[in-house]
Ligand binder design. Structure first.
Ligand code: AVJ
Ligand code: FE
Length: 389
């Protein structure tokens, strides 16, 4: 919990209160809302639910309810700002550590406490909100990270591989088992029948996507601007760097990803196919954890392929799948229906694999992310698939 908080505060350290309170986009909250929401979620689950104590600020929690308050309206709410906001984060944390002193994580009687579930939930929640905050930070001109770590470069000796790799299919087990922390939407583990398919060995690169833009007249991804010389610059955070042709394309919508795949004579993988192809991928050898401030070049993690030989399955960019966000057979909402259940249906598309902007702790091959198919401020790219004969 302390590590998560240190990184959250490090992320906002370069920003003024004015920047924390500013609306940069109607589809993103001001950063002050995310910060207050992180503390309020902690207060709700650890202090109120587990500790059985009264909230610090009465009805304040209403304004931090993500379902009740659409992002475009959050700056008009009487949320905490400035020093009041900082004190709230600190006071809630003090109280949750007091509560933690008295809990029994081993009895297994309360499913919230068993194995420390509610504490894992809290940490994952803070991590996921720092990713959302990074979406907004991409829009802040001149943002200077406190800490930035360059990802490894591809090893030229490693060579390249085939464009696509085969996954045999058959009966495969998907989803998270009963042990350890996972979100309700990843459970229960179940089997599916998959026909054999081919999947791109690596995510679609900027080079390939630029061809699609030039030949098919597709829109350029978010944060691309022409360099006046036939190529592109990347403008996130107000930087102007030549776009690296070997990095995975990022900031494309589902519609754009789907159109690219069809233009390439392929299709998006289903989320079941994606998870089968990701078996054996290692989150410890992937560009995750928010410090790279961009994807690594394809091949940087060529020495850590999944069992089928696909690389960069985890990290760099979230990968759009063709699948709607639906419940697995036997799904049970836990600990609350507003985490996953209210989003099930054909409105949201599933993304897999985690991006550079996701904390390592939240990414695993079973993890399901979801968003609206028109969204491109998220850290999303793609890889394509195709039926095998
Ligand atoms: C899983 C990223 C879609 O941001 O809506 C944060 C994560 N849930 N607080 C979201 C989440 C509750 C969620 N996503
Ligand atoms: Fe949240």
């Amino acid at each position: 919990m302390e590590e998560a908080r240190r990184r959250t505060l490090q992320l906002v350290a370069p920003l003024t209160d004015e920047e924390l309170n500013r609306v940069y986009s109607p589809i993103l909250s001001p950063l002050a809302w995310d910060l207050g929401h992180i503390a309020n979620f902690e207060e709700l689950w650890l202090v109120q639910t587990i500790g059985d104590r009264e909230p610090l600020h009465g009805e304040l929690g209403r304004f931090y309810d993500a379902i009740e308050n659409p992002r475009a309206t959050r700056n008009e709410l009487p949320i905490l700002r400035g020093d009041e906001l900082r004190s709230y984060l600190e006071e809630v944390r003090e109280r949750s550590l007091e509560v933690l002193e008295g809990v029994d994580l081993t009895s297994g009687e309360d499913p919230l406490l068993a194995g420390g579930f509610v504490y894992e939930l809290l940490i994952a929640h803070e991590h996921q909100h720092t990713e959302t905050m990074l979406q907004l930070i991409q829009m802040i001109d001149g943002y200077e990270p406190v800490e930035e770590v360059e990802p490894p470069a591809p090893d030229p000796a490693a060579g390249t591989g085939p464009e696509m790799v085969l996954v045999e299919g058959g009966t495969v087990e998907l989803g998270a088992g009963p042990e350890g922390f996972a979100y309700d939407n990843e459970r229960p583990r179940h089997t599916v029948e998959l026909r054999p398919f081919l999947i791109d060995r690596a995510p679609v690169t900027n080079r390939a996507y630029a061809e699609f833009v030039a030949e098919a007249g597709a829109d350029a991804p978010m944060y691309w601007e022409p360099d006046g010389d036939g190529w592109w610059v990347r403008t996130a955070m107000g930087r102007r760097e030549p776009l690296d042709p070997d990095e995975p394309v990022i900031h494309v919508s589902w519609h754009e990803a789907d159109a690219f795949a069809r233009w390439a004579g392929k299709r998006l993988p289903t989320e079941q196919e994606w998870e089968a192809a990701a078996a054996g991928a290692d989150a410890d050898r992937a560009n995750l954890d928010q410090l790279a401030f961009g994807p690594s070049r394809v091949g940087a993690y060529a020495d850590a392929p999944s069992h089928c030989g696909a690389i960069h399955m985890l990290g760099d960019v979230w990968e759009w799948t063709s699948s709607d966000f639906l419940a697995y057979p036997g799904f049970r909402a836990f600990p609350y229906p507003e985490y996953s259940e209210v989003f099930f249906g054909d409105t949201y598309k599933v993304l897999r694999g985690g991006a550079w902007a996701a904390r390592r702790n939240v990414v695993r091959t079973t993890f399901r992310n979801w968003d609206l198919p028109q969204r491109r401020q998220i850290f999303a790219g793609l890889r394509c698939a195709r039926d095998a004969e």
